[in-house]
Design a protein around this ligand. Structure first.
Ligand SMILES: [Zn+2]
Length: 162
């Protein structure tokens, strides 16, 4: 699949609407900053500098994860090289992981593992799940760290995004 085709699939799957729901559920400085930045925004309005700074949507509530994931997916596709942190951490935010690699351990209301991901998956439409699957498979094939992502992606496709 060509990158452009995948971009179109992502854009079609995620409606461009202003998000007014809960953004983060933790009151630390980082989560408060995220809340202020994303409040009343559409995913296509999120600045690239913010995406690059936060690296992934992992701190967001399931509702906000659904609303803003496409911004991270598209940003990740801009740079698939080994040093790209957005692709690395966005992949982790979609993959079950027993360790603390998502960097979310210190945040209130966060819980690692499959259950957290299933909360995110439950809010996704079929088209959104298909776009996420296509993204994960594309990154596994084309990213500089694709080989490294392979076991994470396999677990994610089998247990979460189906
Ligand atoms: Zn926090």
């Amino acid at each position: 699949m060509a990158a452009q085709q995948l971009r179109n699939q992502i854009r079609l799957a995620f409606p461009v609407t202003q998000f007014d729901g809960p953004i983060t559920s933790c009151d630390c400085e980082e989560c408060t900053g995220i809340r202020e930045e994303l409040r009343h925004k559409r995913w296509d309005e999120v600045p690239v500098t913010f995406l690059d700074l936060t690296c992934s949507p992992t701190l967001l509530t399931p509702e906000a994860f659904n609303a803003f994931l496409p911004a991270y997916l598209l940003r990740a596709l801009d740079d698939l090289s080994r040093h790209s942190v957005v692709v690395e951490f966005t992949v982790y935010s979609l993959c079950p992981n027993d360790s603390q690699e998502n960097g979310q351990g210190a945040h209130a209301g966060s819980e690692d593992g499959v259950n957290r991901l299933l909360q995110r998956a439950r809010l996704m439409s079929l088209a959104q799940i298909q776009a996420i699957r296509a993204f994960l498979m594309f990154v596994q094939e084309n990213a500089g760290d694709g080989e490294w992502f392979r076991p994470f992606v396999a677990r994610a496709l089998e247990n979460v995004w189906r």
